[in-house]
Ligand binder design. Structure first.
Ligand code: NI
Length: 132
Protein backbone atom coordinates (compact mmCIF):
# COMPACT_ATOMS: atom_id res chain seq x y z
CA UNK A 1 0.00 0.00 0.00
CA UNK A 2 1.00 3.66 -0.13
CA UNK A 3 2.90 5.28 -2.94
CA UNK A 4 1.19 6.99 -5.83
CA UNK A 5 -0.66 5.94 -8.95
CA UNK A 6 -0.33 7.86 -12.16
CA UNK A 7 -3.35 8.22 -14.42
CA UNK A 8 -3.99 9.78 -17.77
CA UNK A 9 -7.38 11.36 -18.46
CA UNK A 10 -9.05 13.12 -21.38
CA UNK A 11 -10.93 16.40 -20.92
CA UNK A 12 -11.87 19.49 -22.92
CA UNK A 13 -8.91 21.90 -23.15
CA UNK A 14 -10.97 24.86 -21.92
CA UNK A 15 -11.94 22.92 -18.80
CA UNK A 16 -8.28 22.20 -18.08
CA UNK A 17 -7.36 25.86 -18.59
CA UNK A 18 -10.04 27.00 -16.16
CA UNK A 19 -9.03 24.28 -13.71
CA UNK A 20 -5.37 25.33 -13.86
CA UNK A 21 -6.29 28.97 -13.29
CA UNK A 22 -8.23 28.10 -10.14
CA UNK A 23 -5.50 25.71 -8.95
CA UNK A 24 -2.90 28.46 -9.35
CA UNK A 25 -5.05 31.00 -7.52
CA UNK A 26 -5.37 28.56 -4.63
CA UNK A 27 -1.63 27.88 -4.60
CA UNK A 28 -2.16 24.15 -5.05
CA UNK A 29 -0.60 21.64 -7.39
CA UNK A 30 -2.74 20.05 -10.09
CA UNK A 31 -2.33 16.64 -8.41
CA UNK A 32 -3.43 17.97 -5.04
CA UNK A 33 -6.48 19.68 -6.54
CA UNK A 34 -7.51 16.51 -8.37
CA UNK A 35 -7.19 14.58 -5.09
CA UNK A 36 -9.44 17.11 -3.32
CA UNK A 37 -11.96 16.96 -6.17
CA UNK A 38 -11.98 13.16 -6.15
CA UNK A 39 -12.46 13.03 -2.39
CA UNK A 40 -15.43 15.40 -2.66
CA UNK A 41 -16.83 13.28 -5.47
CA UNK A 42 -16.55 10.13 -3.35
CA UNK A 43 -18.22 11.83 -0.38
CA UNK A 44 -20.97 13.17 -2.60
CA UNK A 45 -21.66 9.75 -4.06
CA UNK A 46 -21.48 7.75 -0.85
CA UNK A 47 -25.26 7.53 -0.84
CA UNK A 48 -25.02 5.39 -3.98
CA UNK A 49 -24.23 2.39 -1.80
CA UNK A 50 -26.00 3.54 1.38
CA UNK A 51 -29.02 1.78 2.88
CA UNK A 52 -31.95 2.86 5.04
CA UNK A 53 -33.78 6.11 5.59
CA UNK A 54 -32.43 9.42 4.37
CA UNK A 55 -33.62 13.00 3.97
CA UNK A 56 -32.23 15.76 1.81
CA UNK A 57 -32.62 17.91 -1.24
CA UNK A 58 -32.27 17.53 -4.97
CA UNK A 59 -31.53 20.84 -6.69
CA UNK A 60 -32.20 21.11 -10.40
CA UNK A 61 -31.45 23.77 -12.95
CA UNK A 62 -33.15 23.50 -16.32
CA UNK A 63 -34.20 25.55 -19.32
CA UNK A 64 -37.99 25.42 -19.44
CA UNK A 65 -37.97 26.47 -23.10
CA UNK A 66 -36.40 23.17 -24.08
CA UNK A 67 -39.37 21.17 -25.28
CA UNK A 68 -40.66 18.59 -22.84
CA UNK A 69 -38.17 19.10 -20.01
CA UNK A 70 -40.52 20.84 -17.59
CA UNK A 71 -43.29 18.28 -18.26
CA UNK A 72 -40.92 15.34 -17.80
CA UNK A 73 -39.51 16.73 -14.54
CA UNK A 74 -43.07 17.26 -13.25
CA UNK A 75 -44.29 13.81 -14.36
CA UNK A 76 -41.38 12.15 -12.54
CA UNK A 77 -42.17 14.07 -9.37
CA UNK A 78 -45.80 12.93 -9.47
CA UNK A 79 -44.56 9.37 -9.79
CA UNK A 80 -42.25 9.73 -6.78
CA UNK A 81 -44.61 11.66 -4.48
CA UNK A 82 -44.11 8.88 -1.88
CA UNK A 83 -40.60 10.24 -1.17
CA UNK A 84 -41.04 13.93 -2.12
CA UNK A 85 -42.07 16.21 0.77
CA UNK A 86 -42.18 19.47 -1.17
CA UNK A 87 -40.85 21.26 -4.22
CA UNK A 88 -39.89 24.90 -4.56
CA UNK A 89 -39.81 26.31 -8.07
CA UNK A 90 -37.96 29.55 -8.80
CA UNK A 91 -38.21 31.25 -12.22
CA UNK A 92 -34.64 32.57 -12.38
CA UNK A 93 -34.88 34.43 -15.67
CA UNK A 94 -36.62 34.12 -19.06
CA UNK A 95 -35.33 30.60 -19.60
CA UNK A 96 -33.90 29.13 -16.42
CA UNK A 97 -35.85 27.40 -13.68
CA UNK A 98 -34.44 26.32 -10.35
CA UNK A 99 -36.22 23.54 -8.52
CA UNK A 100 -35.45 22.38 -5.01
CA UNK A 101 -37.03 19.04 -4.24
CA UNK A 102 -37.09 18.01 -0.57
CA UNK A 103 -36.95 14.24 -0.21
CA UNK A 104 -37.41 11.82 2.67
CA UNK A 105 -37.57 8.04 2.65
CA UNK A 106 -35.76 4.89 1.64
CA UNK A 107 -32.49 5.65 -0.09
CA UNK A 108 -33.07 3.03 -2.79
CA UNK A 109 -36.27 4.79 -3.89
CA UNK A 110 -34.60 8.21 -3.79
CA UNK A 111 -31.70 6.83 -5.83
CA UNK A 112 -34.22 5.78 -8.44
CA UNK A 113 -35.72 9.29 -8.47
CA UNK A 114 -32.26 10.83 -8.86
CA UNK A 115 -31.42 8.56 -11.80
CA UNK A 116 -34.69 9.38 -13.52
CA UNK A 117 -34.08 13.13 -13.16
CA UNK A 118 -30.47 12.72 -14.25
CA UNK A 119 -31.66 11.16 -17.51
CA UNK A 120 -33.57 14.35 -18.40
CA UNK A 121 -32.05 17.24 -20.33
CA UNK A 122 -31.39 19.31 -17.23
CA UNK A 123 -28.44 21.71 -17.01
CA UNK A 124 -27.33 20.86 -13.50
CA UNK A 125 -28.43 18.49 -10.78
CA UNK A 126 -27.14 18.54 -7.22
CA UNK A 127 -27.95 16.02 -4.59
CA UNK A 128 -27.35 16.23 -0.86
CA UNK A 129 -28.58 13.57 1.51
CA UNK A 130 -28.41 13.14 5.25
CA UNK A 131 -28.66 9.80 6.98
CA UNK A 132 -31.51 9.78 9.52
NI1 NI B 1 -39.82 28.45 -13.99
Amino acid sequence: MGGVSRVSISLPPEMLEEFDRVVERLGMTRSKAVQVAMRDFLTEHRWETAEGMVAGAITLLYDHKIRGVEEEVTDIQHEFRDVISSTTHVHLDERNCLEIIAVKGDVARIRELYRRLMAQRVKQLKFSLLQI
